[in-house]
Design a protein around this ligand. Structure first.
Ligand code: PLP
Length: 420
């Protein structure tokens, strides 16, 4: 089927949950994707923060090849070689004690919410006074299942599913006074993305994160750091909370963990893990042999190639280049980010929308989040030349937008505001 035939068939056959750009990708190589005509696109989005090692990486190919010849699936009723080794790697990287494996970010976060409620119930059974309320932040995004979506701030994601999970309250982003006012011994967990992704690439302040840690530590509530977008090295450390010197009770990982193979992980302290006993939570596919083998290969490659240092170095270069661009273009009102989680906020939603489309016309993939923010989540293996190509294209786009405020370039229609 060609692109038009696929579009027609999908429009009849799929539940309409995504607006796709009309591009048919057939293969990838390094940091480029190729459409059916062989046109290369520089991928500065990596499938919304997933393809950490780019495309066709030999280490991932080798892991898939070897594991597919041995064992793909056995369920969680039996042992296989992958989970213990991957858990040992992840606990060392994150500073947490135990892992629950699953298949996606949403599932990892759902496990975190259930653990927080179960832990509070356990504490109550031990005579502690602790409630069931969950605090999340304004502009948060934690996923699409009923629990995760209940802690996701944007009303449009929650409203049609009302009533969502009860006992969730939103705290103003970075507002310590609001957090303190809403915190009490009713609260069993505070949920924080150390760098908000869908919320517009916003790193939380040290003061706010520290206040959340202090309050939860005093009461026995759990601090949940959602690192699904910011974790696994994206910000130049394994977890973004490590930039803050804060250790949460629970963290969630997914997106880049499997380098393109679906896998999620919820990590927690020994104390929190007491609340889950066999049968309380589970998944058929989670932590299967293939996903574990590939995740181990991703971590091995990141360590061998010293990618955390590379991410720090190239991320700083990227931010420097964007800040230099901001000096020359009033349309860039803010540049934010950590490592290779980078956002450039433009002066209007319309401009951001057309900039994404024009970048795509120039065969560079980015997206827009929080209406006005251009989001860059490139593969960890990009080089300076890819940053230069991206910044140069943005420079040209903003220059021509300024030169002709009324100009309407021919653009590929781009789906907007759709979260992972
Ligand atoms: C911070 C955060 N949490 C949770 C999710 C949900 O992950 P998934 O799409 O893998 O279910 C996302 C996805 O964008 C995310 O960015």
């Amino acid at each position: 089927m060609n692109l038009n035939e696929i579009r027609e068939a999908e429009s009849q056959l799929l539940v309409h949950t995504y607006e796709r750009s009309p591009i048919l990708f057939v293969r990838g190589d390094g940091v480029h994707l190729y459409d059916e005509n062989g046109t290369a696109y520089l991928d500065m989005l990596s499938g919304i923060g997933v393809s950490a090692l780019g495309y066709g990486h030999p280490a991932i190919q080798a892991a898939i090849d070897a594991q597919s010849r041995k064992l793909l699936h056995i369920s969680n009723l039996f042992y296989h070689e992958g989970q213990a080794e991957l858990a040992a790697r992840l606990t060392k990287m994150t500073g947490l004690d135990r892992v629950f494996f699953c298949n996606s970010g949403t599932e990892a976060f759902e496990a975190a919410l259930k653990l927080a409620r179960a832990h509070a119930a356990l504490l109550r059974s031990e005579g502690r006074k602790i409630g069931t309320k969950i605090l999340a932040l304004e502009h948060s995004f934690h996923g699409r299942s009923m629990g995760a979506v209940s802690t996701t701030h944007k009303l449009k994601y929650r409203e049609p599913f009302a009533p969502t999970m009860p006992d969730v309250e939103f705290v103003r982003f970075d507002d310590v006074a609001d957090l303190e006012a809403k915190f009490s011994d009713d609260v069993c967990a505070i949920c924080i993305e150390p760098v908000q992704g869908e919320g517009g690439i916003r790193p939380v302040s040290k003061e706010f994160f520290a206040a959340a840690r202090r309050l939860t530590a005093q009461s026995g509530a759990l601090l949940i750091a959602d690192e699904i977008q910011s974790g696994m090295g994206r910000t130049g450390k394994w977890c973004a909370y490590q930039h803050y010197g804060i250790l949460p009770d629970i963290t969630t990982l997914a997106k880049p963990l499997g380098g393109g193979i679906p896998i999620g992980a919820m990590l927690c302290t020994n104390e929190a893990a007491r609340a889950f006993t066999p049968g309380l939570h589970g998944t058929t596919f989670g932590g299967g042999p293939l996903a574990c083998a590939v995740a181990i290969a991703v971590i091995d490659t990141m360590e061998r190639d010293n990618l955390l240092a590379h991410i720090q170095e190239i991320g700083k270069y990227f931010l420097d280049q964007l800040n230099a661009l901001a000096v020359r273009h009033a349309a860039i009102v803010d540049v934010r980010g950590l490592g290779l989680m980078v956002g450039a906020e433009l002066s209007s939603a319309d401009l951001a929308k057309s900039a994404v489309a024009e970048m795509m016309d120039r065969h560079i993939l980015i997206n827009r989040t929080s209406e006005t923010v251009l989001r860059f989540l490139p593969p960890f293996v990009i080089g300076r030349e890819h940053v230069d190509e991206t910044v140069r294209a943005l420079d040209e786009i903003l220059s021509s937008a300024t030169a002709s405020a009324t100009s309407t370039a021919t653009t590929i229609p781009v789906p907007q505001g759709v979260s992972g």
